[in-house]
Design a protein around this ligand. Structure first.
Ligand code: NAI
Length: 562
C-alpha cells in the first residue's frame, strides 16, 4: 500500500482528519504547516459543523454544506449524520433530496459516483474499471426515469443513488467504500432540462425500450465481471421499467428494486402493526391502492405473499387487493393493463370515481402511491371513516407536497379515528386533546438493513422472503406504548440499532436459505455488529480502518491504491 502524505492526504476525503491530525501524525505525514497548529477532538469538529449548519437558512443550503463536507472529510460527514439521524435524514434524503435533484445541474460542485451514458454501449466493462475501488458490493443505479414523485428528471436524478447509498452507511453501518452511485444516462423526455444550459446529461430524448434494455443487459453483466460480489440496487426507474428489469434479472443476478421491494417491505411492516393495533390479521384486511405503478405492484405482491404465509391461497389474497390508477379502477374489462397489474383487476363496473370505488369495494386500508398530492381529500377520508371504525390511510407519495393527504387532514377528517402513515416525516398532530404520532413509512428502515445483511453474508440473491422478514423485524421493534399513539415504525433516533437487529434477522434467513457465501456465525447480532462502520478516524491516518470480512483476512476498508 502506498501511504499518502502531505496535501494529497488532505485531499482524500476517506483519510482526511483535517484539524484532528495529532502532532505525531503531522510530523510523520508531512502535514506540518498545512493545517492550523492544533489537534482537535472529533467532538470539537462536530461542534463546529453544527455551528456552521445552524447559520444556514434552508435545508437545501444544509444539504449543499453536508455534501461539501463529505467531499472533504467522509468520517466527519458520517459522524454528523449519525449523531442525530432524525434531524439529518430529511436533509441528506427525503424531502430535501427532491429539491436538490430538481436543481442538480445548478448546485453541482464535484463528481460523486459514476456516469455511464448509452453512447458508451459496448464499453461498459472498461469504464467500470475506472472506479478507484476494486471491491464494490452495492451499486445503486437510476436512469432518472421517475425520481421520487417528480417524474423524469434525467441526469438530475443522479442525486438519488448518491443519497440512497449514504443511508446504507448512516442507517445500517455499511462501510462507504463498498458503495457506488451510478447514473445510467439514456436521455430524458423532460423538455425543461433538454433546454437548460447547465443540465448535466445527454441532450436527447429517451430511446425505444429495446435499446435501453440491451444497454442495461450489458451493464448488469459487466458489473458481475468487474465486481463479482456486487449487488445492484435499482432505484427510481419508471414503473414499467422497474418491474420489467427486476423480473428480468432477479433469478440470475444479485439485484433488487427498492421502489418495488423496499417500499413493499416498509409498508408491510406498517400493515403488520396496523393489524396488531386492530387485533386483526393481514388476511382480514382489504386494500385499495391509489396508483398502480412500481410501488403499488411491489407492495401488493408482498402483502399477498405475507397473506399466503398466514395460510390464505394466493388467488384469495389477490382478491383482497384492488387498484385505481389515472384511468380509474383496475377492472377486468380494462384493455390498457400490464400483465403484472392483471392479478389486481377484478370484476367490477368501470369507474373513475375514487369515492365511489371506496363505497363499493369497502376497503379497510387505502394506500396512496399515485405521485399526486392531495388526492385523499375530505370526501375520501370521510367515506373511509363511514365504513371503518379505524380507517387506515397510507399517503406514501414523495416529496412532502405530493403526499395524498397530510396527517392533520387524516386525523381531523376522520375525527381522530385514522391510522396514518406518510412517505415523509410529519410532526406530531394534536387533535381533540390527543397527540398522534404519524409514522414515516419510508423504505430507509428496510433497504439499508437488507444491504447490511447482504454485505455481511455475501448473499448471492435478494429474495422477497428477505423483505418479508425485514418487515416483521421492523414491526417487532415498535414499543407498545408508542404503537398505541399511532406510531407504526421504530423511532428514527435509534435507527442504527433497529437496523442492526433487522439485518441480523435477514442474515439468519439468508443462511437458512443457503444463499450465504460465508460461514454461518454462532451469534448473528454480534456478526452484524462486527461489520458495522463507525465514523471514527483510523489510528494512523493513511492506514485502513477495517470492517473485517468473515472470509478475508485483508482489511475490507479498501484504500485507493495510487
Ligand atoms: P409510478 O410512476 O410507477 O406509478 C404511479 C401510478 O400513479 C401510476 O399507476 C399512475 O397511473 C397513477 N396515477 C398518476 N396520477 C394519478 C391520478 N391523478 N389518479 C390516480 N392515479 C394516478 O410511480 P411509483 O414508483 O409507483 O411511485 C409512486 C409514488 O410513491 C412516488 O411519489 C414515490 O415517491 C412514492 N414512493 C414512496 C416510497 C416510500 O418509501 N414512501 C417508496 C417508493 C415510492
Amino acid at each position: 500500500m502506498i501511504q499518502k502524505r502531505g496535501i494529497e492526504l488532505l485531499w482524500d476525503p476517506r483519510l482526511n482528519k483535517s484539524t484532528a491530525f495529532t502532532e505525531v501524525e503531522k510530523e510523520k505525514l508531512g502535514l506540518v504547516g498545512l493545517l492550523p497548529d492544533v489537534s482537535e477532538s472529533e467532538d470539537l469538529q462536530l461542534q463546529r459543523v453544527m455551528l456552521q449548519l445552524s447559520q444556514k437558512n434552508t435545508d437545501l443550503e444544509r444539504y449543499i454544506y453536508l455534501v461539501n463536507l463529505l467531499d472533504h472529510n467522509e468520517t466527519l460527514f458520517y459522524r454528523t449524520v449519525m449523531s442525530d439521524p432524525a434531524r439529518f435524514l430529511p436533509i441528506v434524503y427525503d424531502p430535501t433530496i427532491g429539491e436538490a435533484c430538481l436543481k442538480f445541474g445548478h448546485i453541482y460542485r464535484q463528481t460523486r459516483g459514476m456516469y455511464l451514458s448509452i453512447k458508451r454501449h459496448g464499453q461498459v466493462k472498461q469504464i467500470l474499471k475506472n472506479w478507484p475501488e476494486t471491491d464494490v458490493r452495492f451499486i445503486c443505479v437510476t436512469d432518472g426515469g421517475r425520481i421520487l414523485g417528480l417524474g423524469d428528471l434525467g441526469a438530475n436524478g443522479a442525486g438519488i443513488p448518491i443519497g440512497k447509498l449514504q443511508l446504507y452507511t448512516a442507517c445500517a453501518g455499511v462501510p462507504p467504500q463498498y458503495l457506488m452511485p451510478m447514473y445510467l444516462d439514456a436521455g430524458t423526455n423532460n423538455e425543461r432540462y433538454l433546454h437548460d444550459p447547465l443540465y448535466l446529461g445527454m441532450r436527447q430524448t429517451r430511446p425505444p425500450s429495446e435499446e435501453l434494455s440491451s444497454f442495461v443487459d450489458e451493464f448488469v453483466s459487466a458489473v458481475q465481471e468487474v465486481f463479482p460480489k456486487c449487488c445492484i440496487h435499482f432505484e427510481d426507474w419508471t414503473g414499467s421499467d422497474a418491474v420489467y428489469l427486476l423480473k428480468r434479472y432477479r433469478d440470475t443476478y444479485c439485484v433488487y428494486n427498492d421502489d418495488v421491494q423496499g417500499t413493499a417491505g416498509i409498508v408491510l411492516a406498517g400493515m403488520i402493526n396496523v393489524a396488531r393495533l386492530k387485533g386483526s390479521k393481514l388476511k382480514d384486511e382489504k386494500y385499495l391502492f391509489l396508483g398502480a405503478g412500481s410501488a403499488a405492484i411491489g407492495l401488493a405482491d408482498l402483502i399477498c405473499s405475507a397473506m399466503v404465509q398466514e395460510g390464505m391461497p394466493l388467488k384469495d389474497a389477490q382478491a383482497r387487493v384492488h387498484m385505481f390508477d389515472i384511468n380509474g379502477l383496475l377492472d377486468d374489462s380494462r384493455k390498457d393493463l400490464f400483465d403484472f397489474q392483471k392479478p389486481y383487476a377484478h370484476k367490477h363496473a368501470p369507474t373513475r370515481d375514487f369515492v365511489a370505488a371506496i363505497e363499493s369495494i369497502k376497503p379497510t386500508t387505502i394506500i396512496g402511491v399515485s405521485t399526486v398530492g392531495g388526492l385523499f381529500n375530505r370526501k375520501v377520508i370521510e367515506a373511509m371513516s363511514r365504513i371503518n371504525e379505524r380507517p387506515v390511510v397510507f399517503a406514501l407519495s414523495n416529496p412532502t407536497d405530493h403526499a395524498e393527504c397530510t396527517p392533520e387532514q387524516a386525523y381531523t377528517w376522520s375525527n381522530g379515528k385514522a391510522i396514518y402513515a406518510a412517505g415523509v416525516q410529519f410532526p406530531p398532530v394534536h387533535f381533540n386533546g390527543q397527540t398522534f404520532l404519524p409514522g414515516q413509512a419510508n423504505n430507509f428502515y428496510v433497504f439499508p438493513a437488507i444491504g447490511m445483511a447482504v454485505f455481511a453474508t455475501q448473499a448471492s440473491r435478494v429474495t422477497d422472503e428477505m423483505f418479508i422478514e425485514a418487515a416483521k423485524a421492523v414491526a417487532d421493534q415498535v414499543p407498545s406504548d408508542l404503537l398505541k399513539q399511532g406510531l407504526l415504525f421504530p423511532l428514527q433516533s435509534n435507527i442504527l440499532e433497529a437496523e442492526i437487529q433487522t439485518a441480523a434477522r435477514v442474515a439468519n434467513l439468508v443462511f437458512n436459505s443457503g444463499l450465504a457465501r460465508v460461514d454461518r456465525p454462532p451469534d448473528m447480532v454480534a456478526f452484524i455488529r462486527r461489520h458495522v462502520y463507525r465514523p471514527e478516524y483510523a489510528e494512523e491516518a493513511s492506514a485502513a480502518k477495517p470492517a473485517r470480512s468473515e472470509t478475508s483476512s485483508a482489511p475490507l476498508r479498501a484504500v485507493r491504491q495510487a
